[in-house]
Design a protein around this ligand. Structure first.
Ligand SMILES: Cc1cc2nc3c(=O)[nH]c(=O)nc-3n(C[C@H](O)[C@H](O)[C@H](O)COP(=O)(O)O)c2cc1C
Length: 189
């Protein structure tokens, strides 16, 4: 039996990211789970206009998207609980800058993406920041055969429906491949 839930967003889990921006000339970090992939090189962030970080993204037209691992769950949650308006969140981490020079990144995060703001969509309560990924950094210990190994990264997955942090399970199958067997075995009705 299907239960009607109303208009409930169930597009979870999402990766929990920490977005970085320079605000008033210094790094600030915000936890963001509402990220999107526009195309392979372009990503979006849905950020409520009340946040401190938004002004920095608008001013510098750059931001970073950092992927924390499960070991950083407390720091990640903290960045989503307190505002840079009253707390210095930059001191939690070792900060570094890359080629864009104004997008602060977190050394402790396995992966960092430096983005250039290319468009802002003005929603009633949110700024939708669309950015082009200009450079990506990954600690070598999180890579296998020159590819980012998410089993090593251990990203934090966020589910709004139970407001829980989850972690990755096991690899299921090879994409663009496992379906080939399905056609071959002729199970299509
Ligand atoms: C797990 C988690 C996910 C969050 N995702 C978002 C999000 O996608 N968009 C958003 O506007 N706020 C999100 N927040 C809230 C902000 O991270 C939070 O309000 C933060 O303190 C704002 O920081 P700032 O004022 O320094 O910019 C999230 C918080 C948590 C704990």
């Amino acid at each position: 039996m299907k239960i009607s839930l109303g208009a409930k967003n169930c597009l979870y889990p999402m990766p929990t990211t920490i977005v970085g921006a320079n605000v008033n000339g210094g790094p600030n970090y915000i936890t963001i789970a509402h990220v999107g992939i526009m195309d392979l090189g372009t990503i979006s962030l849905g950020m409520n206009k009340i946040h401190h970080t938004n002004a920095g993204i608008k001013e510098n037209r750059t931001f970073s998207v950092n992927i924390p691992s499960v070991a950083m769950v407390k720091e990640t949650d903290y960045c989503g609980l307190v505002s840079g308006k009253s707390v210095d969140k930059a001191s939690l981490f070792s900060n570094f800058y890359g080629r864009l020079e104004t997008a602060p990144m977190i050394k402790e995060c396995p992966i960092n993406m430096e983005c250039k703001l290319i468009q802002t969509v003005d929603f009633p309560r949110h700024d939708i920041f669309i950015g082009e990924i200009m450079e990506t950094y990954c600690e070598d210990k999180y890579m296998t055969d020159n590819v980012v190994d998410f089993a090593k990264v251990q990203p934090i997955l966020f589910i709004m429906n139970d407001t829980g942090y989850w972690q990755l399970g096991k690899r299921l199958a090879q994409a663009w491949n496992i379906g080939k067997n399905y056609k071959k075995t002729g199970l299509n009705p």
